[in-house]
Design a protein around this ligand. Structure first.
Ligand SMILES: [Zn+2]
Length: 433
């Protein structure tokens, strides 16, 4: 869930919670709510509200200042302000404030209390544990919860695993966290409320946790209440790296990480890739040299432990990975013969045969009385017929967006069939590279 922090200061910009305190508040929230599969995202920005009148007296009017619809607004007052915390209703709206000494536990002024989690609990539709049992006023005033729990799903705070709580007015021993008094319910049963529950009016030094039932109620609220739908961020945030097919030497390319959040990034690249510049969310790379070829990759290692990698081709096609095959229906040989169409095919092992790519072919007769009669270029395939006999050098090269490969050569011996000049072959004479 997305949250925003607002810090209220004097008009001259003095006073107010420190950056460290806000970070601590953020950590307390995640510590208290993460066990219930609820987490908070914060962009590390603090909105400062510099206003003497707001600063001196906490007020719900603050909820109208720089409020957001797409996040929960948390307004933090100075330690010197009057002790308090207030949510804008229960299960009604996504903002609250916390002020004064409620920030700090009585026993350890350096340790923050869980009051901020208490107010967040209200935003996530939790009532006080004494709700209903003790009449707080307001619109929602249900029946008292009984100690035996028989009506705990319809009375009190509507959470069945929080014991009935008569509202003991903070009457708690600060060192033992035991209630000083208790009382009995309508059946005469003695109350034994949970003095460590964050939603009770216990001593702020004793607040410790939410119950499992409270966690479930909050998750239900997050999934159903409209104003909370607006503040939910993707719970399964997965960072992705942009995708590229080919990296050239002449043109650099930028790869970006989606949803970098607060992560810092360590970049790694294959040896045929050079980093021109990088920051936490993107990197600019190019092929290391004009000769660089082959498989390349860029890897981002994020501070949250996630590692993501993009694989691509580097540079021009590698001549060494091109093969030339003769695929005519012959005796499994590699012979070109007089007046017969022969089919040659060139493959590049890394490039999926460059379907749709450009291929060049060259034929260079060596000696003899041989010549090319006809040729028909069809991408990586060529159909050819020759006359005469002798050696034929066949050359092919392939293009990608970085340019064309060096020529790949293959030498074939061509001989006219003596037994069936019209169509049969004599067999393999030679094949060289
Ligand atoms: Zn409360």
């Amino acid at each position: 869930m997305k949250i925003y922090f607002h810090v209220i200061r004097r008009s001259n910009g003095t006073g107010g919670q420190s950056i460290e305190s806000v970070n601590e508040a953020f950590n307390i929230l995640n510590q208290d709510f993460n066990p219930h599969n609820i987490s908070f995202n914060w962009d590390n920005q603090i909105d400062y509200i510099d206003n003497d009148s707001y600063y001196s007296s906490p007020t719900t009017a603050i909820f109208n200042v720089n409020n957001h619809q797409d996040g929960i607004d948390i307004y933090l007052y100075d330690d010197s302000s009057s002790a308090g915390g207030r949510a804008n209703g229960v299960g009604q709206s996504s903002e609250f404030w916390v002020s004064g000494s409620y920030w700090k536990t009585p026993n350890n002024p350096l340790t923050r209390s869980h009051v901020i989690s208490h107010e967040m609990g209200h935003v996530l539709y939790l009532w006080h544990t004494h709700h209903g049992t003790y009449n707080e006023g307001g619109n929602d005033n249900p029946c008292p919860e009984l100690v035996n729990g028989s009506n705990s799903d319809t009375c009190g705070d509507y959470v069945t695993d929080t014991p009935a709580d008569p509202h003991l007015q903070f009457d708690v021993n600060q060192s033992t966290c035991e209630w000083n008094s208790s009382g009995t319910d309508a059946n005469g049963d003695t109350y034994n409320p949970d003095e460590k529950n964050v939603m009770s009016y216990t001593d702020v030094n004793c607040m410790e946790y939410f119950s499992e039932g409270q966690g479930e109620r909050m998750r239900n609220a997050i999934n159903t209440l409209p104003y909370l739908q607006q503040v939910v961020t993707d719970n399964c945030l997965v960072q992705k790296l942009s995708s590229i097919e080919q990296l050239c030497y002449d043109n650099s390319q930028t790869l970006s990480i989606s949803d970098i959040s607060n992560n810092s990034t360590t970049w790694q690249v294959s040896s045929n890739v050079t980093i021109l510049s990088s920051n936490n969310s993107s990197i600019i790379v190019r092929a290391t040299s004009s000769n660089s070829t082959g498989n390349g990759w860029v890897r981002a290692i994020l501070s949250n432990g996630v590692s993501i990698q993009e694989d691509f081709e580097v540079g021009i096609p590698d001549r060494n990975k091109i093969t030339i095959e003769h695929t005519t229906n012959t005796n499994g040989d590699y012979v070109l013969i007089n007046n017969i169409w022969s089919i040659l095919t060139s493959y590049h092992q890394d490039h999926n045969n460059f379907i749709g790519a450009e291929w060049d072919w060259k034929f260079e007769p060596v000696g003899g009385n041989m010549s090319i009669l006809t040729r028909n270029d069809i991408s990586n395939r060529i159909d050819v017929s020759v006359s005469g006999e002798g050696q034929l050098i066949i050359k092919t090269r392939v293009y990608n967006e970085c340019g064309c490969s060096l020529w790949k050569d293959a030498a074939f011996q061509v001989k006219k069939s003596s037994t069936n000049p019209g169509g049969l072959f004599d067999g393999i004479l030679n094949k060289g590279f």
